[in-house]
Design a protein around this ligand. Structure first.
Ligand SMILES: *Cc1c(COP(=O)(O)O)cnc(C)c1O
Length: 376
């Protein structure tokens, strides 16, 4: 059996090697390493895939979030509501821009922002909500957008883990995550569902004026060559990375289906196990399984991790320390936030290998060992 990895990028590459290598060689031949044709093509292709009016490529997902918040013209001290149960980048950029992160709790079943907590956290200083589509399923966007409209707030979706995920509104219409809020942000970090072979990111919006502003900020605040209207940054998607992404975007639906198939195998194998909770999928979303994350009941997580490791099965804790308990946020009053569900989940979640290349022998071994340890 092939060794089990959290993500098997090598085997995935082997399947697309010819196309990727050719695309990379085209870039090498053109020597247009910055803003080359592949960048324009990818920008267009991603817009078509997501059905969004504007895509602004940038250097990584963290920059995407930072540029999005910069474009909204917020003032130091303005409050931004965000989950604490997320990757640090979501909350870090808020603090970096001297805005105030206001951490709210998540739902124990979806791991995404709890809607009532958002409403309770709103003050006269609140300017934006940053929902995270954690692990690959959408936050409750219809409810979040309603709150945002009611209180005149911006919504910046952190879609780094959920590209390709579908959100279905109560009236039956479906939209891709990252295209519902004011601005959507995503990452093409190699292990993400649409990953390049280095760093990359993108920002989406349907708002023409915001799109122009986002583009300007990502390019040194430049309006015309050597004329700089606002303080911006230098954040570009490499042509080489765009070339890889053009190949992989064509495969994205197939990749999502492969992840869903692996998740279905897991769900089926864990169905009778009372000591672990398999991922719950809310009615308004599908799940693109960036992670497959269990909640452990009375199981010692470290011991399970060690037991699996002893059988060459990797597992990971996403994330062992929530943002509000990070030292980084001490001066922002982080630990003063009471987030019982976040704290509870932080102690109990464990993520199993999930990627596009898992085969049934590997899945049988993983599920067998997890059940052996947890279901006694
Ligand atoms: C990966 C990730 C980011 C940051 O993306 P980078 O490309 O690594 O900067 C932001 N938010 C979430 C939820 C992520 O998973």
């Amino acid at each position: 059996m092939r060794p089990i990895q959290m993500v098997d990028l090598k085997k995935q590459y082997e399947h697309i090697k010819r196309d990727v290598d050719a695309a990379i060689h085209d870039v090498l031949d053109s020597c247009a390493f910055i803003n080359g044709k592949a960048v324009q093509d990818f920008t267009e292709n991603l817009g078509t895939y997501l059905q969004v009016k504007h895509v602004i490529p940038c250097a990584n997902g963290t920059d995407a979030l930072q540029i999005a918040l910069m474009a909204l013209g917020l003032q130091p001290g303005d409050e931004v509501i965000t989950p604490s149960f997320t990757y640090i980048a979501t909350t870090e950029v808020i603090a970096l821009l001297r805005l105030k992160p206001v951490f709210v709790d998540v739902d124990p079943d979806t791991f995404c922002m709890n809607v009532e907590s958002i409403e309770k956290a709103i003050t006269s200083k609140t300017k934006a909500i940053v929902p995270v589509h954690l692990y690959g399923q959408a936050a409750n966007m219809e409810a979040i957008m309603q709150i945002a409209t009611q209180h005149n707030l911006y919504v910046v979706e952190d879609n780094a883990q959920a590209i390709g995920c579908d959100y279905t509104f109560k009236n039956g219409t479906t939209q891709k995550t990252g295209t519902i809020g004011t601005i959507g942000c995503t990452s093409f970090f190699p292990s993400k569902n649409l990953g390049c072979y280095g760093d990359g990111g993108a920002i989406c919006t349907n708002d023409d004026q915001l799109a122009a502003r986002l583009k300007m900020i990502a390019n040194h605040g430049q309006s015309a060559r050597y004329y700089h209207d606002v303080v911006g940054c230098n954040s570009r998607l490499d042509t080489l990375q765009a070339a890889v992404l053009n190949v992989k975007l064509k495969k994205l639906n197939e990749y999502i289906a492969a992840r869903q198939k692996a998740a279905a195998f897991y769900n089926n194998a864990f169905a009778g196990n009372p000591n672990i909770t398999a991922p719950f999928v809310a009615a308004y979303t599908n799940h693109v399984y960036h992670q497959y994350t269990l909640i452990l009941k009375e199981i010692n997580r470290n011991q399970l991790h060690e037991f699996l490791a002893s059988h060459d099965i990797p597992s990971m804790i996403y994330y062992p320390v929530p943002a509000h308990r990070q030292k980084m946020f001490e001066s922002f009053g982080g630990s003063a936030f009471e987030l019982p569900v976040t704290d509870w989940l932080t102690q109990r979640v464990i993520s199993l290998p999930i990627h596009t290349e898992l085969d049934n022998d590997q899945l049988a071994l993983i599920t067998g060992k997890v059940n052996e340890f947890t279901h006694s």
